[in-house]
Design a protein around this ligand. Structure first.
Ligand SMILES: NC(=O)C1=CN([C@@H]2O[C@H](COP(=O)(O)OP(=O)(O)OC[C@H]3O[C@@H](n4cnc5c(N)ncnc54)[C@H](OP(=O)(O)O)[C@@H]3O)[C@@H](O)[C@H]2O)C=CC1
Ligand SMILES: Nc1nc(=O)c2c([nH]1)NC[C@@H]1CN(c3ccc(C(=O)N[C@@H](CCC(=O)O)C(=O)O)cc3)C=[N+]21
Length: 363
């Protein structure tokens, strides 16, 4: 469906929106702004300075005019995440009314990384918005691994905590494996425990939880009716938290999957054959338009800060993909911000609800 929904754009300066088959209303991306200097890698085939319009469609039609260039459907993660939060709110309330149980999520944050503090704050806000109780432990950068393990053990034993998340990365002096192994697999809402990852990799096995970011990517494809079965998919990146579980999930969905990493020769030869690309690298503008097959679907997980003097923060976030270039070639694409990021948090809430339901045998 997505590939049949390509339309002409009026100029490089406009972003066209269209309505997905679910009739969800789409927004155009707000990721392209006026005259910013990008310090990351720049997109070669596209000028650095351009203008883009952002607006919300009120009509189930396409706003387009004279041009030869197509514009991809914007996969609006912010909108879908909001819908999912509404679904979770209803379930949390149904469970509370029926059995008096409120799901609880514990987050452990070690150190004072600004980005980690922001993510944790956002997770807490999201929990509040759906009625999940949140517990938070903040430890200093020089805390010991034993201290972290002690908090995990306390949360493992606490019946009001159904999910435990240890914010990554941990300080260098800690062994991440030891810490992640310590989380009870029934409370492993990040899905990072080796048993959960192992089960994800095995046919006939079911993990208790699937990692939130890859799960959010697949959920976006499902909710936009983008079929995966039989498609060629390329995942760029092979980390334990995104790339590898994303490839395993795509394979479970019957895609034929290739994984590109830092040692891959000529990655663009592989990506050019892909119907679906999930990029999780952390390099601004690495995936150029010329890497993309016309009509492909692009899920951009990368979150990369680039200098932007006109933004209040002094920087703005971009993905791994040259967005403007890609949106002229792909049939559908996630923006950054507003794509996969909000879905990660929505999936964390969903996993926490699942954990509480499973513990209390509540259907
Ligand atoms: N939107 C969201 O919700 C989330 C976004 N992120 C973002 O996603 C990105 C990736 O995160 P994460 O997986 O944790 O990162 P990691 O740094 O753990 O992994 C990056 C992966 O990219 C690969 N890579 C590095 N350089 C290249 C290259 N030139 N070509 C191809 N592959 C390359 C690495 O290969 P190798 O294995 O060979 O080293 C590695 O597998 C980051 O920008 C992060 O901020 C992360 C989590 C959630
Ligand atoms: N144990 C653990 N679990 C994680 O899931 C985990 C982690 N550690 N460490 C760091 C990464 C990163 N991550 C993001 C979550 C949400 C957004 C997000 O909501 N991003 C917004 C932008 C936010 C902003 O503007 O700063 C967006 O893309 O629209 C981004 C990144 C989860 N991670």
């Amino acid at each position: 469906m997505a590939s049949s929904m390509k339309f002409t754009d009026c100029s490089p300066s406009a972003i066209v929106r269209l309505v997905p088959s679910t009739r969800t209303r789409l927004r155009s991306s707000d990721s392209a702004v006026l005259f910013h200097r990008v310090l990351g890698r720049s997109c070669p085939a596209y000028p650095r300075t351009f203008v883009s319009r952002s607006s919300i469609s009120t009509l189930p039609v396409i706003s387009a005019s004279i041009s030869t260039e197509a514009t991809a459907q914007v996969i609006d993660g912010k909108l879908v995440a909001k819908q999912i939060r509404e679904e979770i709110t209803a379930e949390v309330s149904r469970m509370k009314d029926a059995i008096g149980v409120v799901p609880g999520l514990a987050v452990i944050l070690v150190g004072d990384r600004k980005d980690s503090a922001t993510y944790v704050r956002n997770k807490k806000k999201a929990c509040e918005s759906v009625g999940i109780k949140s517990f938070e432990v903040n430890l200093p950068e020089n805390a010991t691994e034993q201290e972290v393990l002690k908090h995990i053990s306390d949360f493992n034993d606490d019946p009001s905590v159904h999910g435990i998340l240890v914010q990554l990365p941990l300080p260098k002096h800690m062994n991440e494996q030891n810490v992640l192994h310590a989380v009870s697999i029934e409370k492993d809402v990040d899905g990072f425990h080796p048993l959960n990852i192992g089960r994800l990799a095995m046919r006939g096995e079911e993990p208790l939880f699937v990692p939130c970011t890859p799960k959010g990517c697949i959920e976006l494809l499902h909710r936009y009716n983008i079929s995966i079965k039989g498609k060629r998919a390329v995942v760029i990146g092979r980390s334990n938290i995104v790339g590898t579980p994303a490839a395993l999930l795509l394979q479970r969905e019957d895609a034929t999957v290739s994984v590109v990493h830092s040692r891959t020769k000529d990655p663009e030869e592989l990506t050019r054959q892909a119907d679906i690309i999930i990029s999780a690298v952390g390099k601004a503008n690495m995936v150029e338009g010329s890497w993309i097959k016309p009509g492909a679907v692009i899920i951009d997980v990368g979150i990369n800060p680039v200098e932007d003097a006109s933004s209040p923060r002094g920087y703005r976030l971009v993905g791994d993909v040259c967005y403007e270039e890609a949106s002229k070639i792909a049939s559908a694409i996630t923006p950054v911000p507003g794509g996969v990021g909000p879905m990660t948090i929505a999936m964390l809430l969903s996993n926490t609800l699942t954990a509480a339901k499973r513990t209390h045998n509540f259907q």
